[in-house]
Design a protein around this ligand. Structure first.
Ligand SMILES: Cc1cc2nc3c(=O)[nH]c(=O)nc-3n(C[C@H](O)[C@H](O)[C@H](O)COP(=O)(O)OP(=O)(O)OC[C@H]3O[C@@H](n4cnc5c(N)ncnc54)[C@H](O)[C@@H]3O)c2cc1C
Length: 488
């Protein structure tokens, strides 16, 4: 008889898991609480604009392509993406603008001509982050840390022998200071900590591997927008027999004698399944779906990552000085991190990330207009008054954009939507509205992420940004890949 598997949640990792398990011959059903698949990858149409509402920087797209190859399908029959020539435009309050070109030679020359650091400093840095990536990918990015035999593999042994090179006892800021002295360069590279919701003055320099993905391996943009990735994966999943039940919240993972036997939903008390994969945030998976199972307290009680506050604006004017990805940095870098991570608030001069897909996907905005997604780092939800922080941050955001870009943005906004940490908590079932699960503000964070399988309940597996190896699209896709290796 055909074996069956339920996947709880259709985030990027849930979709990847479903596609991988279907390749093993299982009949897979994805249960999704929301009315659409994709989780934090979401889109919205309004007044002639289309907005990608979640992740915006695509790295390691080969991890997506691989899912198609697993089923002998050509990924290009489903979706396409292009490298971005200028991956970021960085704006500073002192008027300096630095372009991060995908062509690293050109980026190096840009650094040398505009800062007190040199192309050679940049080249040395690139080598260092590449080596860190090589070491860590063998140890944990592509492997389970929770399977004993993995520790005997050559990749893992060689990784551990070189562990001193990954700088886990330095902070990201200290790691960056080894190569750069210009405060602009430090601010650019420290900011990568926010890609995993962490503080560069605390998080280990090992995390500087994030920059390797974007700078050495490249940033990409799906040609029909970020959500086209989800559409392509759903189409592939359906083509290989996966079925979807949207608007269906799972209420319990049903177990018997320490083995999974099925799942319950709001209307059904037990739908039998041989295996269950949870893509729900691990904190809520335990708290809400496994009420009788003992909590892995050390993992569940780790501090959570930061969150995000965002504005989605239909802007009836073009801004040629901006790129697909632009960053307007705070004048007081350290004060901003202190505000978010220590004072649990949003800084009055916030660093703003502006994402404009219509610069690549022309149909995403009416002619002469742009679809802006303006994002800033926010603390996770500790019961703050989000309405008043939203109003205050909106005011500060508009003032900063006007000051740095010499414009009057408010009069050009013809559509507006917003995202707060409380919405992230409620819309995606993310504990404390944290976007990236447990924070990485500890040298041992990698060891305090939950395994991709349950040691207590047979047939139960976990994928997504809140479990090993961590958050962000590439890591979520790797979580499904690692789960695939231990799935039995
Ligand atoms: C605004 C924003 C910007 C971001 N920018 C980037 C970026 O540029 N680059 C990057 O790499 N990452 C970025 N991220 C992070 C990235 O989006 C996440 O790490 C990733 O998408 C998480 O995917 P996931 O598979 O863990 O699942 P999620 O996207 O968290 O989805 C989980 C799904 O499970 C469903 N679910 C939960 N509980 C149940 C239940 N009981 N029953 C049924 N369904 C359930 C939820 O409804 C949801 O659809 C960003 C996130 C946000 C919010």
């Amino acid at each position: 008889m055909e074996k069956t598997c339920a996947v709880i949640g259709s985030g990027i990792a849930g979709l990847a898991a479903a596609i991988r398990i279907a390749a093993k011959g299982y009949k897979v059903v994805v249960f999704e609480a929301n009315s659409y698949p994709g989780g934090k990858i979401r889109q919205q149409f309004a007044k002639g604009y289309r907005f990608d509402m979640g992740p915006s920087v695509l790295m390691l797209p080969n991890l997506i392509d691989e899912l198609f190859s697993l089923h002998n399908k050509n990924p290009r029959d489903y979706f396409s993406y292009s490298p971005i020539e200028t991956s970021f435009k960085y704006f500073f309050e002192d008027g300096l603008v630095i372009n991060a070109y995908a062509d690293v030679e050109k980026f190096g020359r840009e650094i040398e001509s505009k800062t007190t650091d040199t192309k050679a400093d940049f080249d040395n840095y690139r080598q260092d982050i590449e080596e860190k990536y090589r070491i860590t990918s063998g140890v944990f990015i592509e492997n389970s840390l929770h399977v004993f035999k993995n520790y005997l593999s050559w990749k893992m042994v060689s990784g551990f022998l070189n562990i001193h090179k990954i700088d886990s006892f330095k902070t990201m800021n200290e790691g960056n200071r080894r190569f750069f002295k210009d405060p602009h360069m430090l601010q650019i590279f420290n900011n990568y900590a926010t890609y995993v919701g962490s503080n560069p003055y605390v998080a280990p320099a090992t995390l500087n591997v994030i920059q390797h993905l974007e700078i050495n391996l490249g940033a990409y943009m799906p040609d029909k927008g970020i959500y086209s990735m989800v559409e392509a994966l759903v189409r592939l999943a359906k083509d290989v027999g996966v079925s979807f039940r949207l608007n269906t919240r799972v209420t319990e993972i049903v177990t018997k004698e320490n083995r999974v036997v099925g799942i319950a939903t709001i209307v059904e008390s037990c739908i039998p399944f041989d295996r269950v994969v949870s893509n729900m945030d691990i904190y809520f998976t335990y708290k809400k779906l496994l009420p009788k199972v003992k909590l892995p307290k050390r993992i569940i009680n780790q501090p959570k990552s930061s969150s995000i506050m965002a504005f989605y604006w239909g802007v009836n004017k073009e801004h040629p000085q901006l790129g697909i990805h632009s960053m307007l940095f705070s004048a007081k870098e350290r004060d901003e991190y202190d505000a978010v991570f220590e004072n649990q608030t949003i800084y009055r001069d916030p660093t703003l990330y502006i994402f404009i897909t219509s610069k690549h996907v022309k149909s995403d905005a009416p002619p002469g207009c742009e679809n802006w997604f303006v994002l800033t780092t926010a603390p996770n939800d500790q019961g703050q008054d989000w309405n008043s922080l939203l109003q205050e941050t909106r005011k500060n955001t508009i003032a900063k954009i006007n000051r740095v870009l010499h414009t009057d943005i408010e009069q050009h906004i013809e559509f507006e939507d917003m995202l707060t940490p409380a919405m992230i908590r409620d819309n995606y079932s993310s504990a404390f509205g944290a976007v990236y699960g447990n924070s990485s503000n500890s040298k041992f964070a990698a060891f305090f992420r939950h395994a991709n399988f349950s040691k207590k309940i047979k047939g139960l597996f976990f994928v997504g940004g809140s479990v090993h190896p961590g958050p962000g699209l590439p890591m979520c896709l790797n979580s499904a890949k690692i789960m695939d290796k231990v799935f039995k």
